[in-house]
Design a protein around this ligand. Structure first.
Ligand code: ADP
Ligand code: MG
Length: 615
């Protein structure tokens, strides 16, 4: 084949491959154009997840008649004219490719009217950039772009579209994010002729907070610190959730650079560092933050869909973000740092990020009593050690529960061990660094990660109960009321059956509230509220469309992780032995349910070799 120039429509379709990944990317480009046009109201109407129709109407400046064909042509833009402009671009768009790209993979109609014109003009385009036929139209000032049958002529792309629901969910979350960047614009969104939300202009701070609450849930503002810091030409404003209001997913993190929502490694790193010593591993902060700086100091032309930016002085930006956030978090006083979420389960700062305070307690009896029948089995070893004076109620309860549900019959392994007089995992000697159990076995020593092992035991137990369709449920003394976002409350409602199967009684009690009345009986020692928030975040992340079974497993894992004894709490010898016996009875007890090993063995042979004994 000879070298030839490609037809324009094909060039535009190739460009569309980069910019137009799915319906929500079309919405992003079109809404950004409305921003650039100075609109104060944007109406977005979606049909069939955007595959059938995306119609976006604004009341911005409009496009003059003669420019309409240009607006639909490649490399034509009203936003920059020179390299200098590109260097300090302040508009959302500047590449001049969105409209031609979109028109090449859909049936696009553009209607627009500027203030001075007698009427609006309407034009359709197919990305080939010839024969624009302009028709007069009664449209008011502003622009409407109607995109129908997305990817009708690119079947490969169309095949990759997810369900209508999923595609719409992307659009909805995109509009929420964009709405958080422009309080001076009112938004409305409808799907299949049904209004999904209507966000009025938010001028006053109260109105702005209402918008944020509508998107992040009202609990967020009650549990966040307001930030407004400026230094060396950089300004950071917004809200940061308290460490106690963290999440298991990174799904509530909104960061805007000059009004543009970005996902940036450097920013993520600075934020993570600032939260490092106030957040548990694996927890993610919640924030809505706006960074403003001279447009000349940031390159927004680093990504086709402009999702990434490049800072010209990365180090400076990083350090500014880190110190602004770090300082704000450090100023949080413990009293201030309690979760204020319509529940009694206030959680002091210290309990969250430091090891739990130990106070004397002599209530070990429950534990010992409830496992008395197992105790006799290995009564010769170790020398009975009296209960250590640590606060153990929580664990005692967890264990008591484990044992009430335990099999009466000993597992084969145990039987075998009994014959030999030594259980396979031996006897506990010490709790090292409050993390690892050191135990002596018949053939050597083992080290056990207590939290990981306990987690696996609870998980397997719950899984078994769930498989038998019988997860014992225990009513809470006081029902817990939890404030969540409306979307999460919807999810909780949709997942009602799943929750019942897993032993929960959860009901919606308002737009943004749910009430928890019962939880699985095995669940103990747990911050119920955080757990349920995590489960809902999980569901939101993976979608309810997934198989129920998969969800069930996921949720069981989350419950187990929350219910297991925390690392950094010293266990008594009795507790440790109880745990070892449990491990012997439990399937898969060699790995926790995140796949990490729970124990390791060093045989006397290995030790002998190491110390060159008998050689
Ligand atoms: P870009 O935004 O990069 O300039 P687009 O292809 O998105 O490129 O848009 C091309 C041009 O069409 C814009 O530069 C702008 O002049 C005009 N335009 C597009 N959408 C609108 C709108 N909603 N209101 C006013 N003008 C618009
Ligand atoms: Mg644009």
């Amino acid at each position: 084949m000879r070298v030839q120039i490609l037809p324009i429509q094909l060039i535009n379709q190739i460009a569309a491959g980069e910019v137009v990944e799915r319906p929500s990317s079309v919405v992003k480009e079109l809404v950004e154009n409305c921003f650039d046009a100075g609109a104060t109201t944007i109406n977005i109407d979606i049909e069939q997840g955007g595959a059938r129709r995306i119609r976006i109407r604004d009341d911005g400046c409009g496009i003059v008649k003669d420019d309409l064909p240009l607006a639909l042509s490649r490399y034509a833009t009203s936003k920059i004219a020179s390299f200098e402009d590109l260097e300090r671009v302040a508009s959302m768009g500047f590449r001049g490719e969105a409209l031609p790209s979109i028109s090449s993979v859909s049936r696009l109609t553009l209607i627009s009217r500027v203030a001075e014109a007698d009427c609006a003009w309407k034009v359709s385009a197919d990305g080939s950039e010839v024969d624009f036929d302009l028709q007069p139209d009664p449209h008011p000032q502003g622009t409407t772009i109607d995109v129908r049958d997305l990817f009708y002529n690119t079947p490969a792309r169309r095949k990759f579209l997810k369900t209508e629901k999923t595609e719409f969910a992307h659009i909805e979350s995109l509009i929420q994010k964009m709405a958080l960047s422009r309080f001076d614009i009112g938004f409305s969104l409808s799907h299949n002729q049904k209004e999904i939300f209507h966000l009025p202009l938010a001028v006053t701070e109260t109105e702005q907070q209402q918008r944020i609450a509508g998107i992040c849930g009202s609990a967020f503002l009650e549990n966040s610190i307001k930030i407004d810091v400026a230094s060396s030409g950089l300004q950071l404003a917004g809200w940061v959730g308290l460490p106690t209001f963290s999440r298991s997913q990174q799904d509530m993190q909104f960061f805007y650079v000059n009004g543009r929502l970005v996902r940036d490694k450097l920013i993520a790193h600075a934020v993570r560092q600032a939260f490092q010593d106030v957040l548990f591993n694996g927890r993610h902060p919640v924030f809505v933050l706006y960074l403003t700086l001279d447009p000349g100091l940031v390159d927004v032309n680093a990504h086709p869909a402009k999702l990434e930016v490049r800072f010209r002085e990365g180090r400076l930006v990083h350090d500014f973000l880190f110190s602004a956030l770090h300082r704000a978090l450090a100023e949080v006083r413990p009293a201030q740092n309690t979760v204020k979420i319509g529940t009694d389960s206030h959680q002091p700062f210290s309990a969250i990020n430091k090891s739990i305070d130990v106070t004397p307690s002599d209530t070990n009896d429950t534990l010992i009593g409830s496992r008395a029948n197992h105790k006799g089995t290995y009564s010769t070893y170790p020398p009975a050690q009296s209960a250590l004076p640590y606060q153990v109620e929580e664990t005692i309860q967890a264990y008591a529960k484990l044992y009430t549900g335990a099999d009466a019959e000993p597992a084969p392994k145990q039987e075998e061990a009994k014959q030999q007089g030594f259980p396979p995992l031996g006897y506990a000697i010490a709790h090292l660094h409050n993390i690892y159990i050191l135990a002596e076995t018949r053939t050597g020593i083992i080290l056990v990660d207590a939290h990981a092992a306990h987690e696996r035991i609870i998980y397997e137990k719950l899984k078994q109960q769930a498989q038998q369709g019988n997860v014992p449920s225990q009513p809470l003394l006081l029902p817990i009321k939890i404030n969540i976002s409306p979307a999460e409350a919807d999810l909780a409602e949709q997942a009602a059956d799943l929750f019942i199967e897993l032993g929960f009684d959860i009901n919606r009690s308002g737009l943004e509230t749910i009430v928890v009345r019962s939880v699985p009986a095995l669940m103990n020692n747990t911050d119920m509220e955080t757990l349920i928030r995590d489960v809902l975040a999980d569901l939101a992340q993976h979608g309810l469309s997934q198989r129920m079974q998969d969800h069930g497993k996921h949720i069981l894992g989350t419950i187990a992780c929350h219910s297991a004894v925390r690392a950094h709490r010293r266990l008594t010898i009795d507790e440790m032995n109880a745990l070892l016996r449990d491990m012997e009875r439990t399937e898969n007890s060699g790995v926790c349910n995140h796949g990490r090993p729970t124990w390791v063995e060093l045989s006397t042979n290995q030790l002998d070799k190491f110390f060159l004994r008998g050689q």
